[in-house]
Write a protein that binds this ligand. Structure first.
Ligand SMILES: [Zn+2]
Length: 771
């Protein structure tokens, strides 16, 4: 094993000597044989470099005081018992944890000449553990500012931007071009860490414009314009500033990589940390797609759930980033073992069940675990127990958890450009809520899905029966063409809200670019020069309804009005389950549309009326022609559902089961019942299905827990049994079913191409291998 590994990574022998023992739990042939549509390096003829092998990470985020209290021997034991194969160690940036020679590179008083980074690096390497030297390159103290005021970001009034006592450095200045590269080179030369990562590498966020001379001159050279004075999304120059700001972050990414590779060898990569949330990425000008295309390994800084997103957000994050990275690259994620946000308690242990579920969901989505603590010394020692069982289990089952391809035939389309130029300052309302509504409806229905980048539709189309555009307002002409091609080839389409109504800059088109597929048109103005009015957007939930058609009232039990027409008829199957109602709560606002004759309207809008006092709560206009749900079956059999009524956003906001059921019915109809997984049983579970060479892997994560309405979880609640059916891929011969958590072999039947088995109970998660 040692010999086999030696030749590809000379120069770091102390690491390599042990790495074969510590990290290489899957073989080269595994790497080569995985069927991966995204693999760029299928012809690997040698063992992979460290960043493809190190799969369990750990991080003590070193505080300034830690040099006086860091017990390295205790932590070496901790690495061992948690099966950690790589660590992230603070090296330099805001604070240097080694005796640096770079001017103004601040060393904390507690360092006292100690080479803490060097000691940790050496200890890790002798234990066969890889080291990501961690930088934090975004701010500096007053001495530094006074020495180089022109290296710092300033606002429109000429004042420096500050964060607490520290001054924020400008992304376009010598701090990034010279100072940080000098530090990277010094560390790479002295200590030979395997690579570099950075906590906060991308400079000021979108809400703060820098007016320093470096920025002014560079922007002028590039565009011929002055830096915009104010935020104005409709201003061409502001738009150019946004694009220019994105480009600079990629330049920094490339510069840092070329620096570390030049100093530390070809595998000494730099990979800054990124959020798993594209909306967060937009706020900091980090183009997730282009970064993933560059990154050899993606370091995710996405530490805990939000109340709105739930644990499932982490499984989805794994799928979203792997959709960009490819499934043959690794994406470890910093997982807080302390109480992270809402509110922060940096030195308190996160309740173990809460931390554990976040880790397990990440693993289900293809993320590698990375325990993260603040400080090397804790009086709350409970956090030392949380990661160990998860990482031990991960080591034992690693071969099933990496290098696999997801199976899902529902694709949900997104793009960062849509977040930037359509979402603008309202991305949560316009982008996140509809996304969350669709994904949570799929989660509840146990229907596997994948996020698809709008520029990757052509590449990924063959995997999907249906594409969903959740209020994907901004679509480029190329993306429109891709969706058309997908539908022409027999794929189905679900689009909601204002999908395709905006161009690449977020300017409104005169009609939906996909109007012919939707079978519906934005209302045309009589005056050709007049722009159509902006679609109404419900900022809050309004007291509005949808009327389902045809109405069934005479058939059903209940009081009857004397003048009631006897409208009866068969309803479309996407309205199944609503036989006892003619209306559904809606909550949004709608405008009239022109509907093509071939399209069918299945629900119409009922405008607002008072909720209070109750005496006034009656429908003023019980019926309109304003369409809420439109279906349009194409000649080739493709099924298109257009929801001007943004049911996805309403479900994301209000969590009403009616909306989830409607979305579920629509997805079921558009996929023509081709969802490859069916899981029956009581409880909320998140299911992820994968394919590896000769086998299938199914994760079922139990989201039913004591934190029903508020995190954190205090106890896990066991659920089951679950009857599982999986559609077997053609020519798949595997029939043996076993579980990786309860360690059982399960009885299985095959009937008409479906494999059936039962999982008796699930406490936190179960992973089933079929092979
Ligand atoms: Zn600047």
């Amino acid at each position: 094993m040692e010999d086999k590994n030696l030749h590809y990574n000379e120069g770091r022998r102390s690491f390599i000597k042990h790495a074969g023992l510590a990290a290489a739990t899957f073989t080269v042939s595994d790497i080569i044989s995985v069927t991966n549509p995204y693999a760029s390096d299928k012809k690997l003829a040698y063992a992979p470099p460290w960043y493809k092998r190190v799969t369990r990470w750990g991080q003590v985020n070193i505080t300034e005081k830690d040099p006086s209290q860091y017990d390295i021997n205790w932590w070496r034991e901790f690495w061992k018992r948690t099966e950690t194969t790589g660590i992230i160690v603070n090296a330099g940036g805001i604070v240097a944890y080694y005796p640096t020679r770079i001017p103004l590179h601040y060393q904390p008083a507690y360092l006292q000449g100690r080479d803490l980074f060097g000691e940790l690096c050496k200890a890790a390497h002798s234990d066969g553990i890889a080291v990501f030297a961690r930088m934090d390159s975004n701010r500096a103290n007053e001495d530094f500012f006074n020495a180089h005021p022109d290296w710092f970001a300033i606002d429109a009034s000429g004042k420096p931007y500050k964060s607490g006592d520290l001054y924020i450095t400008c992304i376009n200045g010598p701090y990034y071009n010279e100072h940080i590269p000098a530090i990277l080179t010094e560390i790479a030369t002295l200590y030979h860490p395997e690579g570099f990562t950075d906590n906060s590498w991308s400079g000021l966020g979108r809400d703060s414009i820098c007016y320093c001379n470096n920025c002014k001159n560079k922007f002028k050279d590039k565009t011929g314009n002055d830096i915009p004075q104010v935020k104005n999304w409709d201003d061409r120059i502001y738009r150019e500033w946004i694009k220019w700001s994105y480009e600079r972050r990629l330049e920094i990414w490339d510069l840092n990589n070329s620096t570390t590779r030049a100093a530390g060898g070809v595998d000494c990569i730099w990979s800054g940390m990124n959020s798993g949330s594209p909306v967060d990425q937009s706020r900091s000008f980090r183009d997730l797609k282009k970064i993933c295309e560059r990154a050899e390994i993606l370091m995710l800084d996405h530490q805990a759930r939000s109340d709105a997103g739930g644990f499932q957000d982490n499984g989805e994050t794994g799928k979203l980033v792997h959709g960009l990275l490819g499934w043959n690259k690794l994406a470890p994620e910093s997982m807080a073992q302390y109480q992270a946000s809402r509110p922060w308690f940096r030195l308190s242990s996160k309740p173990a069940a809460e931390a554990r579920m976040w880790m397990l969901e990440g693993i289900a989505g293809g993320i590698q675990p990375w325990w993260h603590m603040i400080s090397a010394y804790h009086e709350d020692r409970r956090m030392y127990k949380t990661a160990e069982p998860v990482l031990k289990w991960h080591k034992a089952n690693e071969e099933y958890l990496i290098n696999r391809a997801p199976i899902a035939n529902v694709g949900i389309v997104w793009s960062q450009q849509n977040i930037d130029f359509y979402g603008r300052d309202n991305a949560q309302e316009l982008i996140e809520l509809p996304w969350r509504g669709i994904t949570h409806a799929l989660l509840q229905a146990r229907m596997p899905y994948l996020p698809v980048h709008a520029d990757n539709i052509d590449r990924d189309a063959k995997n999907f029966s249906v594409l969903i555009l959740p209020n994907l307002g901004l679509m480029t002409n190329e993306q429109i063409t891709s969706v058309r091609k997908f539908v022409e080839n027999g794929g189905s389409l679900i689009a909601t809200g204002s999908s395709s109504l905006y161009d690449e800059w977020g300017d409104m088109r005169t009609d939906y670019a996909l109007a012919d597929l939707f079978g519906a048109h934005f209302v045309k103005q009589s005056n050709a020069n007049e722009q159509p009015q902006i679609p109404k957007l419900a900022v809050d939930a309004y007291h509005t309804y949808l009327r389902l058609t045809p109405e069934l009232r005479k058939q059903m039990d209940g009081p009857h009005k004397t003048d009631e027409p006897s409208i009866v008829g068969a309803r479309h199957e996407i309205l199944n389950g609503f036989e006892e109602t003619d209306t559904l709560p809606y909550g949004g606002l709608l405008d009239p549309l022109i509907v093509d004759p071939a399209a069918k309207v299945l629900a119409t809008f009922i405008p607002q009326f008072p909720t209070y006092p109750p005496e006034k709560a009656w429908m003023r206009e019980p019926k309109t022609d304003i369409p809420g749900i439109i279906i349009n079956t194409k000649a080739n059999g493709s099924r298109v559902v257009f929801l001007p009524a943004d049911i996805d956003r309403q479900f994301g906001r209000m969590n009403l089961p009616d909306h989830a059921q409607l979305l579920r019915n629509i997805i079921k109809w558009t996929t023509k019942d081709s969802i490859p997984l069916n899981v029956q049983g009581v409880g909320l579970v998140d299911c992820h299905l994968y394919k590896q060479q000769g086998r299938l892997v199914l994760h079922v994560v139990n989201l039913t827990n004591s934190a029903t309405w508020r995190q954190p979880i205090q106890e896990l609640i066991s659920i089951g049994p679950f009857n599982v059916k999986i559609k077997l891929p053609t020519e798949f011969a595997g029939r043996k079913v076993r579980t990786l958590v309860s360690n059982q072999t399960l009885k299985a039947n095959v009937s008409k191409g479906w494999l059936e088995f039962q999982i008796k109970s699930i406490l936190d998660h179960e992973v089933v291998v079929i092979g």
